[in-house]
Design a binder for this molecule. Structure first.
Ligand code: FAD
Length: 227
């Protein structure tokens, strides 16, 4: 069922989409796959989602690639949360209310293949980067993924192992041991690199300060704050 109305001078589609699959990556984090139909999005954008009949909607970055004929989101269940728990308890066949896409967090099309990209994420903040890399595997990218434990390296096999660096804060691993911001403190920016930051606001605030202090101009830092 589809309903179209005008919001902020743009056409927004509210769609009901059937859940096809729920794939758990850890006890609390899962990939939800649902029908895409005619939703067009650019890798990096987000949609809003609620369970059928619920007044609550939350934003989720699209996890799947632009070419895939389904949509996926990567969700972490938040204790005492609302929508993330409803999504965790949903089943294949249930309907979701989907809105969007929204946002300007995306690759710069004109110099996508001539620039280096440093993608900096915490937790599920890796989701837009998963979509970008799946959609455009030929781009020059490095992902810094801030996680607590190594089992939170969600779908790590989807990335070139030389381009995916985990920064674990609560256990020792073969990647970098420490927070992404510790990694950045020792990092030397390269000219022409564009920086994408996604995740919690304290990481984004701190990482932006570190990069700016190292001479990276604000126009080369793009940010998507989750909470
Ligand atoms: C543009 C955008 C894209 C987003 N994309 C994703 C995504 O791809 N995957 C995803 O899991 N979430 C994403 N989020 C966060 C998501 O929209 C919800 O805030 C989250 O799922 C919690 O919703 P809730 O209704 O369960 O909890 P609520 O009742 O809304 O919130 C409960 C509390 O949890 C905090 N919180 C929210 N997210 C987290 C978190 N990950 N860890 C710890 N505390 C948190 C909130 O600040 C609040 O204090 C995104 C947010 C934005 C703004």
């Amino acid at each position: 069922m589809e309903n179209t109305f005008l919001k902020s001078a743009s056409i927004i589609n509210i769609d009901r989409k059937k859940i096809r699959r729920i794939r758990f990556l850890t006890k609390s984090t899962f990939v939800l796959t649902f029908d895409r139909d005619d939703i067009q999005f650019t890798a990096g954008q987000h949609i809003t989602i609620g369970t059928r009949g619920s007044l609550n909607q939350r934003e989720y970055s699209v996890y799947s690639g632009e070419q895939q004929n389904y949509l996926e989101i990567l969700v972490k269940e938040v204790l005492d949360g609302n929508v993330s728990i409803q999504l965790r308890n949903s089943k294949p066949g249930d309907l979701l209310e989907v809105n969007g896409p929204f946002g300007s967090f995306r690759l710069e099309i004109k110099d996508m293949y001539s620039r280096k990209h440093l993608f900096i994420a915490t937790g599920t903040g890796i989701s837009p980067f998963h979509s970008m890399v799946t959609s455009y595997p030929g781009i020059d990218y490095t992902i810094l993924h801030g996680i607590r434990y190594i089992n939170e390296a969600y779908d790590k096999h989807d990335y070139n192992p030389k381009r995916y660096i985990t920064c674990t804060s609560k256990e020792k691993s073969s990647g970098y041991n420490g927070r992404v911001t510790d990694y950045l403190s020792d990092y030397q920016p390269e000219p022409g690199t564009i920086y994408y930051l996604c995740g919690n606001s304290s990481m984004i605030f701190e990482a932006t300060g570190i990069l700016r202090n190292k001479g990276v101009t604000g126009d080369r830092i793009l940010r998507e704050v989750y909470f």
